[in-house]
Design a protein around this ligand. Sequence first.
Ligand code: GLY
Length: 366
Amino acid sequence: MKQVGTCIAGAGIIGLSLALELHRRGRSVLIVDQGRAMQEASWAAAGMLAAEDPENPPVLTPLSQLSRTLYPAFLARIESLSGISVALRTSKTLQQMHISTATELSLLNAAQLAQLAPGLVPGHRPWICLQEHSLDPRDLCQALPKASAAVGNEMLEYTPWLSIESGNLPLDGSKVRLQTASTTILADTFVLCTGAWAGQSSLLPGTVSPVKGQMLCIAQPSNLDLRHTIRTPEIYIVPRGDGRIILGATVEPSGFEKSTDEATLQSLLNQAAAVVPALAGATILDSWSGLRPGTADKLPVLGHIPNQPNVFVASGHYRNGILLAPATAHVMAQLICGETPSVELAPFSPERHLQTIESTAIPARA
Ligand code: GLY
């Protein structure tokens, strides 16, 4: 049996960032994950910190902007705790717009585009330049678990949880009891951070579901000077600054299968080459897919789970989990510690999805 302040299910970027933030506030934290830490959407992501992407739902803006503000300190803390550098790889994004949404924005002219992205074919739709950074999430996959361990947070990998009870437990003042195959965890609070798997739990049935993205890593051709991220409605092209370029991504409601297929990958490469012709025939170094945690309204689910005392959720970050991790950790730690979150969480409330929730013992899959 283990006793802890907060138990977090899910050791992706959301769960581990929250674990760090709760530790800062003096909580003891135990993280359980059904697999290995940082090996699902956090590992698969492109790493664009797209706080100003005009395609984002407008209601996401305060949370996105808070995250962008928190990011430098977030990375500095992870680096100093883990000893692993997590560099920002790009600092600008050239975004091609749907014409209908472009009017109020400052558009780039042909000379500006040629200077920012030599070799880009502008096409017929307008472009804007966003002050947006990107990082390589694989750096965070190395650093974040180490940082969490460095502050003393305990983590149980390959440990699915089988059931959860909350409310009036007859056990030493603990408020939540989580059962795994090998141990019972007693906690003051529990947070569901299981990404695309959150809707599999009976705590939040069907609220979050996987949306597959297939992706490619190609070698940057030697005749191409690509320093900025390029994003169109069809494709994004993210240079890592070390000879690798990431191309993504499909958006496929998929279930939990993570296959890739040659035709789709070739089509991603073709779409990239339509924007930057020097990419045609580039060497493919790697390909993979990941499962985004999708919700019906494309907004995360953040808050207290109704009728489950001391049980919270932070999931459903869809295409913006890497961006939103620091702000999610910040506002969820505030909520869990009884403070008023610095961003209004009503738009992200679990209630918007849920019809009925049982408050007794719930068999659940992590
Ligand atoms: N965040 C990029 C994607 O969802 O493809």
